[in-house]
Design a protein around this ligand. Structure first.
Ligand SMILES: NC(=O)c1ccc[n+]([C@@H]2O[C@H](COP(=O)([O-])OP(=O)(O)OC[C@H]3O[C@@H](n4cnc5c(N)ncnc54)[C@H](OP(=O)(O)O)[C@@H]3O)[C@@H](O)[C@H]2O)c1
Length: 326
């Protein structure tokens, strides 16, 4: 089958190891594990995780070639339209899959989603509503699920609360803005770029600001994926007792000033968040179906042209998700 896969790692030129070509179908070389099934992929979306994989982060040479992709929507063996939850937990694990120390994401230990077919545990499938296209559904399992968990599970935010989203252009940040608005929150967002600030307003932010700008109000929570470049501003934006939820460090994990004094004196909470559970993915799908809210797709490309999508992400020229369709 045709699959987008990595054959060699390169830190400086990650696209050099990217191949769109033939790979064996799931189950062709060894039988699927018990309880697993295959999904015929109709759409798969791109994440930074895929660029990390091309650089060799989280993979070893002896795992190559590895099919990339953590997100997919498609058709299961019974003909049902499904969304694929990409977190694979240990068969013995019970409860929140994101807390399983032995969990992996598709394309880390098991072949990924950018292919004609992907194999997953049957319990990782979530029904796709008819109202949602395969391309829209394929945006949800990583960036949108991460945003959902950040806002509602780890951030404990509710209608009427005020949230600040840092770095408005990213896949997670655009999901945060859209979901927060759909849930009845007051949404503030920052970006270094004027065009991205304009787009943030279009997708649901009530007010936008340059990165680091003084805000007119203190917020209940900050959603942080930028890291070093915005951390100080995030801490200063919080009301006493507020919380910062962090799921990424795009500008780097090492802080110039962790703002420890403010953290204890204002009794702030710093909360980590990673991916989301299968049940949170089901809730996210229901939320989008019920509200009519849809993921923002920057571009949709045939899977055979995946290289162009990877190059656009590498250049940082995206606003929303890149989706590969078949
Ligand atoms: N924990 C998880 O489960 C999980 C899941 C998905 C993603 N992530 C992580 O979340 C992070 C965000 O990923 P993403 O794909 O949404 O977005 P991204 O493309 O990594 O960018 C996020 C935003 O960061 C801002 N930014 C970058 N460098 C900056 C700087 N020096 N100063 C100020 N702002 C800067 C940019 O905002 P502006 O240009 O608008 O200023 C950009 O739009 C990544 O680190 C990713 O690995 C984690």
């Amino acid at each position: 089958m045709e699959a987008v896969h990595v054959t060699a790692f390169s830190t400086d030129d990650p696209l050099s190891g990217l191949v769109v070509g033939e790979r064996p179908e799931p189950g062709a070389e060894q039988p699927l594990p018990e309880g697993w099934t295959t999904v015929t992929v109709k759409a798969a979306s791109l994440n930074h995780h895929d660029l990390f994989s091309l650089r060799g982060v989280g993979l070893k040479e002896d795992q190559l070639p590895m099919i990339l992709g953590t997100d997919a929507a498609g058709i299961d063996e019974d003909g049902n339209e499904v969304v694929v939850h990409g977190v694979i937990s240990d068969p013995s694990w019970r409860g929140d899959e994101t807390l399983d120390p032995r969990r992996s994401l598709l394309s880390e230990r098991h072949q990924g989603t950018m292919a004609e077919k992907v194999a997953v545990p049957r319990t990782n499938l979530v029904p796709k509503p008819a109202s949602m296209s395969f391309a829209e559904a394929a945006c949800l399992p990583t960036a949108w699920l991460t945003a959902y968990r950040m806002l509602f599970t780890r951030g404990v935010l509710k209608a009427g609360d005020t949230v600040l989203v840092q770095g408005a252009g990213g896949g997670v940040a655009t999901a945060l803005i859209t979901l927060a608005r759909a849930a009845g929150l007051r949404v503030l967002a920052t970006s270094r770029d004027e065009a991205k600030r304009e787009r943030a307003l279009e997708i649901g932010a009530h007010e936008v600001f340059e990165s680091g700008a003084r805000l007119p109000v203190k917020v209940d929570a900050v959603m942080e994926t930028v890291g070093r470049a915005t951390w100080s501003h995030s801490i200063r934006a919080l009301r006493p007792g507020g919380r910062i939820v962090i799921s990424g460090t795009t500008s780097g994990p090492k802080l110039d000033d962790a703002e420890l004094t403010r953290i204890f004196f204002l009794q702030l909470s710093v909360v980590g968040s990673t991916m989301g559970t299968r049940d949170e993915l089901a809730s996210l799908v229901t939320m989008l179906d019920a509200t009519g809210t849809r993921p923002l797709v920057d571009r949709e490309l045939p899977m055979a042209q995946a290289r162009d999508g990877f190059a656009a992400m590498l250049d940082g020229e995206l606003f929303g998700k890149v989706v590969f369709t078949r």
